[in-house]
Design a protein around this ligand. Sequence first.
Ligand SMILES: Nc1ncnc2c1ncn2[C@@H]1O[C@H](COP(=O)(O)OP(=O)(O)O)[C@@H](O)[C@H]1O
Ligand SMILES: [Mg+2]
Length: 421
Amino acid sequence: MLANILVVGSGGREHALSWKLSQSSKVETVFTSPGNGGTENNVPIDVTNLDELADFAQKNNCFTVVGPEVPLAAGIVDKFNKLNLKIFGPSQMAAQLESSKIWAKNFMKRNDIPTARFEIFDDAQKAEDYVNSLEYNVVVKADGLAAGKGVIVCNSNNEAISAIQTILVKKTFGDAGNRIIVEERLDGIEASYIALSDGEIAIPMASSQDHKRIFDNDDGPNTGGMGAYSPTPVIDDVLAEKIQKKIIDKTIRSMKNEGIVFKGFLYAGIMIRDNEPYVLEYNVRMGDPECQPIVMRMDFDLYDYFVASVEGKLSSMPLPSWKNQYAVCVVLASDGYPESYVKGEEISGFDSISNQAYVFHAGTKKIDGKIVSDGGRVLGVTALGESLEIAINNVYDATEKITWAHKYCRKDIGKKGLAYF
Ligand SMILES: Nc1ncnc2c1ncn2[C@@H]1O[C@H](COP(=O)(O)OP(=O)(O)O)[C@@H](O)[C@H]1O
Ligand SMILES: [Mg+2]
């Protein structure tokens, strides 16, 4: 019998997952909830409405795949499991690796997983005294989920003190900032490493590099991500093996030892310093936009691997095979993002995209058959190429064909990888 799938979420990541899963010969219909202008079979249920999502999955006999962290942290997997519904992703306990940065840091410390030195505070004065006692720069982090905004990288004690005020006293991130981490700033090269686990073993998915800042050369404020490419030469085979053993395998094993079965994507944000990897953070799901280039390179049936993860049978699966190509995703955003921008502008050019590129939708909606902008990050144009350079050329050829009045994108996505060849 063919399976129905429910992909939970509405971003480029969820469009990419839906797109890939719909290619499986074992899949009948892919629903996306709430989805966007590019996804098919949209179901208008918010990602936090766990009751209605469960209801829909039950009635339509769906295997559910969760894109974003918020429903995972809210316990969607536990809820579905209780109802005997099949769902891919970590339990609420396992999701603490992402939903509480303090939980994750303490977990890494007690299990000897390499990460920056840190202390935890709920008192601003004590945090400030601590900062003043240090000889190195720090990063101040809100404990809870803050949509990628709760981390402040500081260049001086004054900046650190104002970061402490912002999070602990002004409560800019609400209860997510009831407690903070003050950790050593590690200066090195940043990359991401994603694996897939069934609670027993973890198989590598791919390496990638995200581009968080709004402007070229990593200038300007942070965003949800302006582009990504995969694989990244920053992580060579030697380093990949180190990350797999010292971080990924150790995390899954330590979780198990602590009585927590980790199933799902395990994403390690890594800083590489003197050829050694350190965990900056865990995510318990795919990154967005990293997911888009990674999915384009998959030469295997993702659904099979999701099922194997849920059933604890990854060790019986062959290692996934990847296209021997690079993939680059350039995010097309509304001009003005991440601050204010206009929505509702008609987008054109989709028909002129050749088949070496694919346009994943994020902040779009379909009105009377037309696609209009409906968010900050609007589209994720993604292309393959035999080399990183060719993939970059291919993706920028494609981005030029897509137009609307207030389109903005970075022009240097992937460039930092070129230096390694
Ligand atoms: N210890 C650290 N040293 C240097 N930079 C850091 C450190 N921790 C975080 N960062 C920077 O801050 C960014 C955001 O931090 P992260 O922990 O990934 O939180 P989130 O993604 O939840 O905002 C990272 O991508 C990295 O660039
Ligand atoms: Mg991060």
